[in-house]
Write a protein that binds this ligand. Structure first.
Ligand code: SF4
Ligand code: SF4
Length: 377
């Protein structure tokens, strides 16, 4: 256990460095995908009632083909790849695929329902270099909607707490399953007790659009976030999510198809998990001009979109294009009552780097120094 904690600490700092590099690359250039979701198998061992992303018969994507797709994504300049499904742990060569992602200098994340985790599998994923695992736990007791319950998964979470050297993020989607949203709070408390990371999302329909929340659901999201106030997460600061929680639409530009790619089991590029079928071009034929065209394309589904991973990427573009406005949106200098609020140190550093008001020459000097430290040409 002592060795696991030591290696976890070292890996954490290395991951933070590579995440900073990913952000700096996104701020420097708008012409590469920041994040791709790649399906390794459509098959799942569960059948959640709200899910339209699985079947119970598909074979895993052939390993050679999957490795080719990773290489193609890396060649396009992709900085983060999330392996998804169906259930990725059903792929017999998942660790080899994770290792290929890392060998191409890309951050490796996977999504799983956790059912198939064992200490041996976790250690294999450690050795492959996995950076982050995301699991969603929908309720405390399994019900007809979802079997991803704390009761079933608690032993898997304990296993992860003991063995995982990668970051483990447990996600509760409010409105997905239980009639009792406070169950998500029970899940979050247990997750934090085990030293893992907890986050809360908003349920959406098949097209990615918001299903309105009631007052209690809203309160639960806020309570979950207050449990981890000291930890910075995009979800907590996401200005678009604040509107959605109140049932209001947003004005933002979705760059899916360019900055975010969803690669289905057939190797086609789609905007996201909810908007499949656009542009549906094979990844092997996807070019720079496709990335630029689709990044710029207007999507009619933006106002009520709850796909936060794509919003996170879009926010980086906003930060590149209008840094002062984006920083103010995420870290307002005044609270709701109009009182001055001090920004966290890393945000002040970011402001100094990207706000020319600090002096153009000085700002350029610090930008160059930062890019050199992060090994970005
Ligand atoms: S575990 Fe995930 S992929 Fe499988 S049915 Fe449930 S939500 Fe869908
Ligand atoms: S706005 Fe973008 S991320 Fe959201 S559903 Fe539409 S295409 Fe997907």
């Amino acid at each position: 256990m002592k060795n696991t904690s030591f290696r976890r600490g070292i890996k954490r700092w290395h991951r933070i460095y590579r995440e900073a590099r990913m952000v700096a690359m996104a701020l420097k250039s708008p012409n590469h995908p920041v994040l791709a979701h790649a399906v390794v198998t459509r098959r799942c061992n569960l059948a959640c009632a709200y899910c339209n992303e699985f079947d119970n018969f598909s074979k895993p994507v052939a390993t050679d083909e999957m490795l080719r797709r990773i290489d193609q994504l890396a060649a396009l300049g992709t900085t983060v790849i999330t392996l998804t499904g169906g259930e990725p742990l059903l792929h017999p060569d998942l660790e080899q695929i994770v290792a290929r992602v890392r060998s191409r200098g890309v951050i490796a994340i996977m999504v799983t329902n956790g059912y198939l985790l064992t200490p041996e599998r976790i250690q294999k994923l450690n050795r492959a270099g996995l950076d982050e695992m995301q699991i969603s736990v929908d309720n405390v007791e399994p019900d007809d909607v979802s079997k991803k319950s704390l009761k079933v998964l608690d032993q898997k979470l304990r296993m992860l707490s003991e063995w995982a050297e990668f970051q483990v993020n447990i996600h509760s989607v409010i409105g997905a399953s239980s009639e009792h949203p406070e169950e998500a709070l029970t899940v979050a408390r247990r997750v934090i007790e085990l030293g893992l990371v907890s986050s809360a999302g908003i349920v959406h329909d098949d097209s990615g659009a918001l299903r309105p929340l009631n007052d209690r659901q809203r309160e639960v999201i806020e309570e979950i976030e207050s449990l981890q106030k000291s930890r910075f997460t995009f979800a907590q600061r996401n200005p678009w999510r604040k509107n959605l929680m109140r049932g209001l639409p947003n004005e933002w530009h979705c760059t899916a198809g360019g900055r975010h790619l969803y690669i289905c089991e057939d190797g086609l590029v789609h905007y996201c998990m909810a908007q499949r079928g656009y542009p549906a071009i094979p990844l092997s034929q996807y070019k720079q001009e496709d990335i630029v065209r689709e990044s710029q394309a207007r999507k009619s589904c933006t106002p009520y979109c709850t796909i936060f991973c794509v919003q996170r990427v879009a926010f980086l573009d906003q930060l590149r294009e209008k840094p002062a406005q984006a920083i103010e949106q995420m870290f307002p200098t005044r609270d709701d009552d109009g009182n001055p609020r001090r920004r966290p140190l890393p945000v002040r550093v970011l402001g100094a780097l990207f706000q020319p008001s600090q002096g153009a020459a000085k700002s350029r000097f610090f930008q160059k120094a930062a890019l050199r430290i992060l090994k970005i040409e």
